[in-house]
Design a protein around this ligand. Structure first.
Ligand SMILES: Cc1cc2nc3c(=O)[nH]c(=O)nc-3n(C[C@H](O)[C@H](O)[C@H](O)COP(=O)(O)OP(=O)(O)OC[C@H]3O[C@@H](n4cnc5c(N)ncnc54)[C@H](O)[C@@H]3O)c2cc1C
Length: 328
């Protein structure tokens, strides 16, 4: 017979293959990024049995970030992988199980919910927290993944200070790209605004602000070919006016992707917005009682690890309240 892992254990590692474990939990958290880890640690600290299921021991968006420069408590930047490792360790230390598998389906309209995994395992939970993050609908730019967190960013508020008094590129044509280019001009000395279209999707007032900003140089009908560098971004290659041109920059802020919630495994279980994001109320409760959602899976802006973690705590508080009420 396979050894049964007692509640609250093991600590410090994903459940090893070949171990049999309990199959019923008070809370199952799907997704072990900052939102899922924070939610899991919170509910486990409240003495509910909790399991996080994640396909990967180290990835998720946070795990792939080179550097996170805007997380409270880390005055020096910390790598995304290290921050994620610490978050998972913190959850494990308060008794959270981690299972390396993917969620394939969530069954049942009331508790206990039945979770089927991609590895064909079944688990039951009185409550489920969905924290599966978001994925880009569009292809990544050449060099974008490689330099994510090492010069490539999606957020001027988080990473603008890293290009202070230096040059950076902003890529996109949306109002968000235009706003971010303006915001970046408070930090960078020079901004190359790469616009993959003959015009911007902005009103005249915003266009006027961009045109009168001396730090911003706009390149219309220009495509980004490649982000270059070694350890860190040092230039971009663009195609403009019929030829390639290399522009030295230390930061690239891209706004060309649309994101969608990672929710395929949910089918029609919960209400989604028109854009496909899970709808929640202010307490992170979905349209189905006992199911909660937090983090990037909500596709709300801004998307930052600190915000995802805070939402995870709030979803954990709601799950705790829900389970406490159900117990009486
Ligand atoms: C493309 C992108 C780039 C970003 N770049 C930056 C940046 O440069 N700097 C910065 O500070 N912030 C950045 N962020 C923000 C930050 O990474 C996220 O806000 C944060 O990681 C969100 O946490 P989360 O827990 O909601 O999702 P994630 O960190 O994405 O975690 C979701 C987890 O769910 C798991 N998962 C997904 N589907 C399943 C399934 N079916 N079954 C089991 N597990 C599943 C994944 O493996 C993953 O571990 C970026 C976000 C995105 C989307």
């Amino acid at each position: 017979m396979l050894p049964v892992i007692p509640r609250g254990l093991p600590r410090g590692a994903f459940i090893p293959r070949g171990y049999k474990m309990q199959n019923s939990f008070d809370v199952i958290i799907i997704g072990g990024g900052p939102a899922g880890c924070a939610a899991a640690a919170f509910v486990s600290r409240c003495k509910w049995s909790a399991m996080v299921i994640d396909r990967s021991a180290s990835a998720g968006h946070l795990g792939s970030l080179g550097n996170v420069s805007y997380f409270p408590g880390f005055p020096e930047a910390i790598s995304g992988a290290e921050l994620l490792k610490r978050m998972r360790r913190q959850a494990e230390l308060v008794g959270v199980h981690f299972l390396m598998d993917g969620a394939a389906a969530v069954g049942g309209d009331t508790a206990p919910f039945k979770l089927r995994t991609e590895g064909a395992k079944e688990y039951e939970a009185r409550s489920v927290i969905i924290a599966t993050g978001a994925a880009a609908r569009t292809n990544y730019l050449h060099g974008e993944r490689e330099f994510l967190g090492r010069g490539v960013s999606y957020d001027v508020q988080a990473d603008g200070p890293a290009v202070a008094k230096r040059s950076a590129a902003v890529i996109g044509k949306s109002p968000q790209a235009a706003q971010e280019a303006l915001a970046l001009s408070r930090f960078a000395e020079k901004i190359y605004f790469i616009i993959p279209s003959s015009k911007l999707d902005v009103d005249d007032a915003l266009l006027g602000q961009l045109q009168s900003n001396r730090a911003i140089e706009m390149y219309f009908s220009t495509s980004l070919k490649k982000i270059n560098g070694q350890d860190h971004v040092n230039s971009v290659t663009v195609f403009t006016g019929g030829q390639e041109k290399e522009i030295p920059v230390v930061g690239v802020f891209t706004y060309v992707h649309e994101y969608k919630s990672t929710t395929e495994f949910l089918g029609n279980k919960v209400e989604l917005s028109q854009a496909g994001a899970i709808k929640v109320d202010r307490s992170f409760v979905t349209s189905l009682e006992g199911l909660f959602a937090c983090g990037d899976v909500l596709c709300a802006r801004p998307q930052l690890p600190a915000i995802a973690a805070a939402q995870g705590v709030l979803a954990g508080i709601s799950a705790d309240k829900h389970l406490t009420q159900r117990k009486q």
